[in-house]
Design a protein around this ligand. Structure first.
Ligand code: 4AD
Length: 487
């Protein structure tokens, strides 16, 4: 028996719970067979072994003597074909139901799969009424349609593929940082700072009033506290002892934007690098992070990626290949404004030096760069938060900040060198009326300050970009956005 098939996955506790509704003799029989994931059964080259699989029925086809099932357990895109004699066919077997099946793994006569399970026992663990079930047996459901069922959409091929890719990408990102000697820091979810200074904060207070909060003592934490918009400032504190740190966790923005690339809760990958002296040091890490993670996905999730590249965003593989093959472009913000002003495109927002790039501008710049990701550097100083390093250039006063723009999405990463010079930082904070709030941040510059910088990459936007997904709500298990918090 193949090693993969030999791997016993189930605990007896889980086993007895799942089989609670079948008769005792069947349960004993089933228990003695080895529980195997569909993914491992499909890879098995040794046939003839008795195995047991647990999963959900993706299709049922009855013939005169046999019934054919496809069973999925989330471990692979491809289901396992199960063949059973018609008299084994339980009455309540249907599309969508949960099953526990024991049988012999045999070579399949069909060219569509190597192996199939010839069932000796089929237990329906959980029934499913296919008439009421929102997904239909042969239905091609769009991402938009399945989005209406956030509690059920993991049962579709498309969303289960997305979730496997998301899980693998998470692993790949952690591996990237580990392989490059970054230390992972768990930055707090609840914080008293507004790192980006944009005021897009969710405030955190207890729901009830057992704490007797009143006008004199209005806050649970004594100060106003918020869900984090970025772990950057905490990472900067850690950069005082570690040359390279990162964090990867949920981030919250109370943005009133209902766009296809904004969420109120999203995951951000943030890195901070001490002794970084130029934006080049940051751009090099961003490009390698993007390419190493994508390369990992293409080799570990080939089938799932193909589902997106072939069927959900046809032709998108070419775009991914282009991004992987070519060096990312670099242009300055000032050059970008020139490019926009020289174009014949009719923009809704007129491009102007000193104003933020709008989505339509970002899209145009990426196209102008041959649909290869592009770093836009050195933004107007006044557009960037207090922490961005002053380039001290005249007359076009800029900050050492960089955004990475990518096809289909626009801004994927935002980063900067941080102002490490105490007096310049003190002045900027005082101008913004923040010097008292950030005394601890100023202290970081008093004691062993070094040039440093970092960036944040939106994880859901990354998935949009490598899979060609139009709407960010289709990249996260449970999307939160303004006016919607379902489940
Ligand atoms: O450009 P941002 O705001 O940068 C920061 O927060 C820095 N403090 C990060 C750092 O330097 N450590 O956000 C970084 C990225 C954006 O480029 C975008 O990809 C993503 O986070 N992002 C969002 N993704 C989904 N929904 C939103 N509302 C997002 N806002 C930002």
């Amino acid at each position: 028996m193949a090693a993969a098939v030999k791997a016993l996955l189930g605990s007896s506790l889980a086993t007895s719970r799942l089989c609670g509704c079948v008769n005792f003799s069947k349960r004993l029989y089933s228990r003695s067979a080895k529980r195997v994931r569909v993914h491992d059964a499909l890879k098995s080259t040794e046939t003839g072994s008795t195995i047991r699989i647990q999963g959900w029925v993706r299709s049922v086809r009855s013939q005169k003597h046999n019934v054919f099932l496809h069973v999925s357990d989330g471990s692979s895109l491809q289901p396992l074909q199960v063949v059973a004699s018609s008299d084994l066919n339980p009455r309540n077997l249907s599309f969508g139901c949960a099953v526990d099946i024991t049988g012999n793994l045999e070579k399949s006569p069909s060219k569509k799969q190597n192996v199939e399970l010839q069932a000796s026992h089929i237990d329906v663990v959980g029934e499913c009424n296919p008439v009421d079930f929102p997904f239909k047996i042969k239905g091609h459901h769009s991402l938009e349609y399945i989005r209406q069922f956030p509690h059920l959409r993991c049962r579709t091929n498309a969303f289960s593929a997305l979730l496997r890719i998301r899980s693998q990408a998470t692993d790949a990102i952690h591996s990237f940082f580990r392989d490059n000697n970054f230390v992972q820091i768990h930055t707090p979810v609840i914080t008293s700072n507004d790192c980006e200074g944009a005021g897009e904060l969710f405030q955190v207070e207890p729901a009830g009033n057992e704490w007797n909060l009143d006008e004199e003592n209005p806050h649970f934490f004594s100060v106003p506290a918020y869900l984090t918009v970025s772990g950057q400032l905490h990472l900067e504190a850690m950069s005082g002892a570690f040359p390279a740190v990162y964090t990867f966790g949920p981030t919250f923005r109370a943005e009133n934007s209902q766009t296809r690339r904004h969420l109120a809760e999203f995951y951000m990958v943030e890195a901070e690098i001490a002794f970084a002296e130029s934006l080049k040091d940051l751009m090099e890490v961003m490009e390698r992070l993007f390419k190493t993670t994508t390369d990992n996905l293409l080799s570990h999730c080939a089938e799932d990626m193909e589902l997106f590249h072939k069927y959900l965003s046809p032709g998108y593989m070419e775009q991914v290949n282009l991004m992987m093959k070519r060096n990312f472009n670099v242009i300055s913000y000032t050059e970008a404004i020139d490019v926009l002003n020289r174009s014949s495109e009719q923009f809704t927002f007129k491009p102007e030096w000193g104003c933020d790039l709008q989505t339509e501008h970002e899209k145009y710049i990426v196209q102008h760069c041959g649909n290869v990701p592009v770093f836009v550097t050195d933004y107007p100083y006044e557009l960037k938060p207090f922490y961005a390093r002053d380039n001290q250039d005249q007359p076009q006063h800029t900050a050492a900040a960089v955004d990475l723009l990518v096809p289909g999405v626009g801004e994927l990463c935002g980063g900067s060198l941080r102002e490490e010079r105490l007096e310049l930082l003190r002045t900027r904070l005082a101008q913004a009326g923040l010097d008292n709030t950030y005394t601890w941040y100023l202290q970081l510059r008093e004691f062993g300050s070094v040039p440093h910088g970092g960036f944040g990459m939106g994880f859901e936007r990354y998935l949009q970009c490598v899979l060609g997904i139009d709407n960010i709500k289709d990249t996260i298990p449970f999307a939160r956005f303004s006016r919607s918090c379902v489940l």
